[in-house]
Design a protein around this ligand. Structure first.
Ligand SMILES: [Zn+2]
Length: 479
């Protein structure tokens, strides 16, 4: 079966064909680590995770790179206005910007793990790739795609004729669209900064353009993708807000520099809405994974909620929907329990081979749905479709075994099926030893001995135990 993906560049669903057979080079625009990522951000990162897992499921080797933006991302996407997000926070709170990025990077990795995302091959940081960015900037200056004005280097959009192909913007329209006072240094209002000089910037590097420079946000991703994946890549993902200007500018820089097409497929995730509207600080509904856990939900309930909608459709989040998701997942867990029972002869159809065609159809539908541009809601429906036949005793032992196989495969891709062997309930001696460590960690934290608490958590992690601190105490499960 062919895997069809919707390519934002062409606006069509296309068969997925990597540049190299069975090897996929994928770049995901990652977080800007100036604050905690919210559940809407995680919709995009979770999509990247499921995409990677599906590619692996269909036999590809995936090299996944997700960047960490720790400098140069402005509060307004147009860098003539606004302020570097990290620096704005650092100034407001009187904290070192390096400390802020370090802290939120750590929290980001914790959240990713809690949400069950597999680690990418590399998480490159922008501040570790200044030399690679300067190399590209020099190349763009040499080829006439960029120009320098007083320590600032701009990309000249009029020198790249495919500018606007992804976002369907036209350079001549962008002229009128300049929202902020025209930057007199620029040849064209849509030109964007590759390098900026500012003696007041806290994070800055010396270059031939001056002593106090820092990169523009767009060049970071072009340089990191090239460094870790090469001049050409298969898939580039991001949120819908990344299409313009960020990804449009990435294409211009990368293709002008290498002379080759940059990414074959561009895939974009739609925003998550909360309570039917945009998330906002003033409404107090910018939720993090902590908020989800504090409300008593396991992170996998969030994972399921985010997968209930197709990534190219708007999706709404409410706590009622979360409660509903928890119930649905409970139903799925119950189904797995019943299937185990059928395998052991309980509640099974008299005929051992009964219902095999139902399971084969569900498995076929699951594959077809995922191959159709990762249609996760349809894939989930295929799994739930086995509920009625199981409850009505229409499956025999062989079909139940095959169903469990399908659930295991689905779990490897979606990461939401609790196959019932992850939590307490394994070897009783081992369970007791783990519980003792979990209790010791709770005690240490109660005594505010966080170093000891962290040490115990690491020891548990080393034994493959994941911890989840909920309002009702700490829950653990095997990895
Ligand atoms: Zn990016």
């Amino acid at each position: 079966m062919t895997f069809l993906v919707h390519n934002s560049l062409t606006g069509r669903k296309e068969p997925f064909e990597p540049l190299e057979p069975e090897r996929v080079r994928m770049y995901n625009c990652g977080p800007t680590v100036y604050s905690r990522a919210h559940i809407g951000n995680f919709r995009a990162y979770l999509f990247a995770d499921v995409l990677r897992r599906w590619l692996e499921h269909i036999g590809m080797e995936v090299v996944q790179v997700m960047n960490i933006t720790d400098v140069g991302h402005f509060t307004d996407d147009d860098e003539d206005g606004g302020e570097d997000k990290l620096e704005a926070r650092a100034r407001r709170e009187g904290v070192d910007p390096w400390k802020i990025s370090e802290e939120y990077t750590r929290v980001f990795f914790e959240d990713l793990e809690r949400l069950g995302c597999l680690p990418a091959a590399v998480y490159p940081k922008a501040t570790d790739h200044i030399a690679e960015m300067l190399e590209m900037i020099e190349g763009l200056l040499a080829s006439g795609h960029a120009y320098e004005r007083g320590g600032n280097v701009y990309f000249d959009v009029t020198r790249f004729d495919r500018y606007g192909r992804l976002s369907k913007n036209r350079v001549e329209d962008l002229d009128a669209g300049a929202r902020i006072a025209v930057n007199e240094e620029k040849r064209h209002p849509a030109d964007f900064a590759l390098w900026k000089s500012d003696p007041h910037h806290l994070m800055k590097w010396e270059s031939r353009f001056g002593p106090d420079g820092f990169p523009g946000w767009h060049i970071e991703c072009s340089a990191m993708a090239r460094k870790h994946l090469g001049d050409r890549i298969d898939i580039h993902t991001g949120g819908e807000d990344n299409v313009f200007p960020h990804h449009e500018c990435e294409i211009a820089q990368s293709e002008a520099f290498t002379g080759e097409p940059f990414a074959t497929y561009w895939m974009h995730t739609k925003f998550l809405q909360v309570d039917g509207g945009k998330m906002s600080k003033s409404l107090g509904n910018v939720y993090s994974i902590d908020d989800v856990v504090e409300r008593g939900f396991e992170p996998r309930v969030l994972r399921y909620t985010l997968l209930r909608g197709h990534y190219r459709q708007p999706l709404n989040f409410t706590w009622e929907i979360m409660a509903d998701s928890r119930k649905a997942l409970g139903g799925l867990d119950d189904l797995v329990g019943r299937l185990r029972g059928v395998c052991d002869g309980r509640g099974a159809a008299a005929d051992e081979g009964a219902g095999e065609e139902l399971v084969a159809a569900a498995a076929g539908e699951f594959e077809a749905a995922m191959n159709d541009d990762l249609n996760t809601p349809r894939a989930l429906a295929a799994l739930f479709g086995l509920g009625a036949p199981v409850r009505e005793g229409r499956l025999g032992a062989r079909a139940a075994g095959a169903s469990l196989g399908l659930f295991a495969a689905a779990d490897a891709v979606l990461g939401i099926v609790d196959l019932g062997d992850g939590g307490p309930g394994g070897d009783p001696d081992d369970d007791a030893a783990i519980q003792a460590l979990v209790d010791a960690r709770r005690e240490a934290r109660a005594q505010r001995d966080f170093a000891e608490g962290d040490r115990l958590r690491d020891e548990l992690l080393g034994r493959g135990i994941l911890l989840e601190d909920t309002a009702d105490g700490t829950v653990w499960r095997r990895r």
